[in-house]
Design a protein around this ligand. Structure first.
Ligand code: GLV
Ligand code: MN
Ligand code: MN
Length: 404
């Protein structure tokens, strides 16, 4: 980060480097409509206004900063500012900072846009607070039902409707935003690469080709809560043990299907006492594969295996789909056009979800990835060298200049 500050080019990342730091987990925990998110939003608005952009927040809590008058067929770039719990500094903010920087550079060069242009900051991209990733873009695009969104609640039991209201977003107005969506002529999201793709290819920047199909499922394993000392080992119906068995099955199911991925990164143990056999364990499954069909088959296989494993331990399980995103293939014509404009940079498939993936179903969309030398993301070790970030901004600036 000091590297970036010294560089000056992406000072924006350095300006927000202390916001939402999570001393317990390491890295950043920046969740929608919580103090760090409010601070980041205020920071973005201030930066955008300093560039003379006109800022508005839409009905779903996404922020738009317009260069010139808002209007149809707009060239839109941007990303998100929220993070996973204990996330890195780049996932999301790099795209926002790069968008600000690219527009600042175009302004310095005297460019006047010939069509509307905006930066967008999408709300709750990671789904870390309310469980559904790309919440702001899904609501806008109408792929998430507003009633369902309003009823979501966070880990403290605060409903999304209440959190939105407290943030000044009228929950009654959440939902499909044809006006906001209809203004986007084309969307470009710049993002830090989240795997090893660009290390292996030896390039600082690439375009995205596709995103794996992915979804989230909540497995609720129910047993019998009981006393840790008074209950014989043979008398137990312990959902923790049943879940432990289930987790190994999750790994095995994905391991034997090359290219598929399955993860359980979050557990909720009820009631959660050291001397208490739990009565229930909630486990969240994230499963991904190249095609929708393959992902569905993987989850069916996991479900069947888990049902059998928990039954062997005297427990039951319910499996509820919390979100689903089909595989995304970015417009190849747009990608080839952009690649040609950028000295034939490569295209890269990704396993990470993005707002650009949600928008791709409705509007021409593209992504730029910036090399991550650690190959690690959703972790404090996520990184990008300053020179690569600069290469990303230059690529974005070039595309915007061509389009504007
Ligand atoms: C978001 O980064 C996701 O892929 O879950
Ligand atoms: Mn992410
Ligand atoms: Mn992201």
């Amino acid at each position: 980060m000091s590297d970036l500050l010294a560089h000056g080019m992406l000072a924006g990342l350095a300006q927000i480097a202390q916001t939402g730091r999570d001393a317990g987990r390491g890295g950043y925990s920046r969740h929608v409509w919580q103090p760090a998110d409010f601070e980041l939003r205020a920071w973005f608005i201030e930066r955008a206004e300093r560039l003379g952009l006109m800022v508005e927040t839409d009905r779903n809590g996404n922020i738009w900063a317009w260069w010139g008058a808002p209007g149809p067929n707009a060239v839109v770039t941007g990303s998100h500012l929220d993070s996973v719990p204990g996330g890195g500094a780049y996932d999301g903010p790099l795209g926002v900072v790069s968008a600000l920087e690219a527009i600042a550079r175009l302004q310095e060069r005297g460019v006047t846009p010939t069509r509307p242009c905006a930066i967008v900051v999408f709300a709750e991209e990671e789904g870390s607070r309310f469980g559904i990733a790309c919440l702001g873009s899904r609501l806008m695009a109408g792929t998430l039902d507003a009633d369902r969104a309003r009823a979501l609640s966070d880990r403290d039991g605060v409903s999304l409707a209440d959190a939105a209201a407290r943030a000044g977003v009228n929950p009654a107005h959440l939902g499909t935003d044809r006006e906001a969506l209809g203004r986007i002529g084309l969307f470009i999201e710049l993002h830090v690469e989240q795997g090893r793709g660009l290390i292996d290819q030896g390039h600082p920047v690439a375009l995205a080709s596709s995103i794996l199909a992915h979804g989230r499922w909540r497995l609720t394993v129910t047993g019998q809560g009981n006393h840790a000392g008074a209950t014989l080992m043979t008398d137990r119906r312990d959902p923790m043990i049943a879940t432990a068995r289930a987790l190994l099955l999750v790994r095995d199911a994905a391991t034997k299907r090359p290219g598929t991925r399955a993860t359980v990164g979050r557990l909720n143990v009820v009631p959660g006492g050291t001397n208490v056999i739990p009565s229930r364990v909630d486990a969240w499954l994230d499963a991904r594969a190249e095609t929708d069909e393959e992902t569905r088959v993987l989850v069916e296989e996991i479900t069947a295996g888990v049902e059998a494993a928990v039954a062997e331990n005297g427990c039951t399980v319910s499996v509820i789909e919390e979100s689903w995103t089909g595989a995304v293939h970015f417009d190849p014509i747009l990608r080839d056009r952009f690649s040609a404009a950028l000295d034939n940079i490569p295209a890269l498939a990704t396993g990470a979800g993005h707002d650009a993936g949600v928008l791709a179903a409705s509007v021409p969309s593209a992504m730029l990835f910036v090399r991550n030398p650690t190959g690690i993301s959703h972790s404090p070790e996520e990184f990008a060298e300053a020179e690569d970030c600069v290469a990303g901004v230059e690529a974005l600036e070039k595309l915007l200049r061509t389009l504007l």
